[in-house]
Design a protein around this ligand. Structure first.
Ligand code: MIC
Ligand code: SF4
Length: 641
């Protein structure tokens, strides 16, 4: 039986297990990436392993999320990250050099390799034919220590692209079509592998828009073959030597398939407040827009921004619209400047932001009260923009530019002008001056630790019985942004006791106080959740903060992959209701006991929970492998030797 590309790459990296979808495998990791918001905790954990240096082929530490530097915290974190990189042999991409995924694609991604990154959008580099997977920071720390990355062997879904994109329709519309079909839940332990004749017309940055936003479906990763388009891109980056052909077998078999006729696509938008709430732009046209933000790791390539510049050429942003442009990397910005596009953008009234995450993570450019914001980014969860009642629509750069001109949501095909078919340069101007490579001879380096950097918190072994109280009950599709907000709160990422104060802030402002009270009364905290708990980001703080506040188990109707892994890594037991209807019978404040839970994990047997408040019992199951059970029992991966 022929093999998919995802399988070929992962099998070539197998350290444990064999290819059998649903079973656990361990794969060797060639490259790692971290960004500053998840990086400090990752490196604190790596430091605690007491190794002289990283064991990977390449590890890169990026500073791109918290670049705002209001107060000392971000600057302290950056200094810590720079000194750790120097000490352990890690490349350091300085603030201003760009968003980790864009820069990694440009400068480091290599076909056929395995990349593990402490950011959910690490899959972006799947555009180069590599297995690029997002995970929690502790998994990255372990990979840097030379340990395999464990994951559930995925099912591989083939997505066939046929035909060619019509004018004014672009890669963002392709991935929004995929989101319309696959939604943001129900795709755990699955890989999207793209193929078909439509590949020919998509360059690597366009493919990267598609692999990037596959993260919103909750898949393990998304991957394209490495073909002539990948070679062209690497050549334009002066890295043709890094190219190898990567493709599935001609008779590859897939677990499922879906096909998209590119010619039939129309401009699409994800309406508030979920990336899978997809509609045709034409259906929602006419809505007044007060902000347009173009950038983020989804749509901030040279081609994206040059196209926007061409659409805006000779025009000025509508008076009611604040137009924000954030190029994905210094390379993109510099090439736009050299080719004259930057001047066009500035003349059109664009407010130029740093090459960083910026508006996408809500640490700047929060829209006004109830305002409509059109963004080319990947997530529009309520409140993520920094304004709770803002209405964020996710669109392509073309649709964003059209609204910037008209002040209302506009199908770009209605602009009445010719589509500017911008091409990627044959050779980019390249300057890696903002990347500090590891020193050939590493000398003694003093790690710089400002007062914002607190040690990684420890956990105790898992208890014999759970004597718990429901600290919070939440509904379906709770994202890690709901569990622990980013934006302005993100500066406390390296200071867990402080960051904990904001746990579930946007859902229930009393959570921290309640969980602390439960812990002080000697009970274990429990979280009750609906479907798809832990969507979105890889931030392990969504597990660390609850752990710190005494949460021992999350009972949900289903979990998303990265967050479930993070719960295990920090010694919180993820349990699934055997009968989903039992979710409805539990209320916040209920006293719940799970007797002999430790023994049940050790030797097996039905897990029965007693709701002392409700006067009933219900059953739950876990999906942990033997290795994961041991980690939970030890109180987390750092206690598990
Ligand atoms: C995001 O887009 O939500 C983030 C911020 O990049 C996160 C990582 C983080 O929370 O630091 C992600 O996608 O994993
Ligand atoms: Fe940064 Fe936004 Fe991409 Fe996350 S999704 S890495 S915040 S640009």
């Amino acid at each position: 039986m022929g093999k998919s590309l995802a399988r070929k790459i992962m099998e070539a990296h197998l350290a444990e297990g064999s290819w059998n979808p649903g079973s656990e495998i361990g794969i060797r990791v060639d490259q790692t990436l971290t960004q500053d918001a998840t990086g400090t905790m990752t490196y604190l954990q790596f430091e605690s392993m007491k190794l002289p240096g990283v064991k990977t082929e390449l590890s890169v530490s990026y500073v791109d999320h918290n670049t705002i530097q209001i107060g000392f915290e971000n600057s302290d974190d950056h200094a810590y990250l720079r000194s750790v990189a120097r000490k352990y042999g890690i490349h350091f991409s300085r603030a201003g050099n760009g968003i980790c995924h864009q820069v990694h694609l440009e400068r480091f991604g290599k076909p056929g390799k395995v990349l593990l990154g402490s950011d959910s959008h690490t899959a972006t580099c799947g555009a180069l034919g590599m297995a690029a997977i997002g995970a929690g920071g502790l998994d990255i720390a372990l990979a840097m220590a030379g340990r395999p990355f464990y994951l559930v062997c995925p099912r591989v879904v083939r997505i066939d692209l046929e035909g060619e994109l019509p004018p004014w329709v672009s890669a963002k519309d392709v991935i929004l079509k995929v989101l319309e079909r696959f939604k943001t839940q129900g795709n755990v332990n699955c890989v999207f592998e793209y193929g078909g004749p439509g590949l020919k017309s998509l360059s690597v940055p366009e493919r990267a828009t598609i692999t990037n936003m596959g993260a919103e479906c909750g898949v393990t990763t998304s991957i394209f073959p490495s073909d002539e388009a990948a070679r062209d891109f690497l050549r334009a980056q002066g890295r043709e030597a890094d190219w190898t052909e990567q493709k599935p077998d001609a008779d590859a078999e897939y677990d499922d398939s879906f096909s998209i006729r590119l010619n039939d696509l129309a401009p699409l938008a994800a309406k508030p407040h979920s990336p899978d709430n997809v509609a045709e732009v034409r259906e929602i046209s006419g809505i007044r827009v007060s902000q347009v933000c173009i950038g983020s790791c989804t749509n901030s390539s040279y081609k994206d921004l040059a196209t926007v510049a061409e659409i805006l050429r000779g025009k000025v942003a509508h008076p009611g619209v604040s137009l924000v442009v954030a190029p994905g990397s210094k390379q993109v910005l510099e090439n736009l400047a050299r080719d004259g596009y930057l001047a066009v953008l500035l003349s059109s009234g664009a407010r130029l932001m740093e090459s960083a995450c910026g508006f996408c993570i809500g640490n700047s450019q929060s829209p006004g009260t109830g305002a409509v914001s059109l963004r080319t980014s990947n997530r529009n969860f309520a409140g993520r923009s920094g304004t709770r009642d803002a209405q964020v629509y996710l669109v392509s750069p073309e649709t964003a530019a059209a609204a910037a001109i008209t002040g209302i949501i506009t199908d770009p095909r209605d602009l009445g002008t010719d589509y500017p078919a911008v091409r990627m340069p044959e050779k980019f101007h390249i300057d890696d001056g903002m990347i500090i490579p590891p020193e050939a001879q590493r000398t003694e380096v003093e790690v710089e630790r400002g007062p914002n950097i607190a040690p990684a918190p420890a956990n105790t072994a898992f208890p014999a019985d759970i004597r718990g109280e429901v600290a919070i009950k939440v509904g379906d599709k709770i994202t890690t942004d709901h569990i622990i907000p980013a934006g302005a709160r993100m500066k406390y990422r390296s200071n867990i006791p402080k960051y904990c104060e904001f746990t579930f802030e946007t859902v229930d402002g009393e959570f921290c106080a309640r969980a602390s009270r439960i812990r002080a009364e000697g009970r274990h905290g429990l979280i009750i959740a609906g479907l798809s708990y832990g969507q979105g980001s890889s931030r392990e703080h969504a597990a660390i903060c609850p752990m710190y506040l005494g949460i021992k188990a999350v009972l949900a109707r289903s979990f998303e992959r990265i967050h479930a892994g993070n719960l295990v890594n920090f010694g919180i037991l993820p349990l699934v209701f055997s009968n989903p209807g039992d979710y409805d019978r539990i209320r916040q404040g209920d006293i719940i006991e799970i007797p002999e839970i430790r023994k049940k994990l050790e030797v097996g047997g039905a897990i029965t929970a007693r709701n002392l408040t409700g006067g009933n019992s219900f059953e739950a199951v876990h999906f942990l492998t033997d290795r994961q059970k041991k980690i939970v029992l030890a109180g987390g991966a750092l206690n598990f030797k």
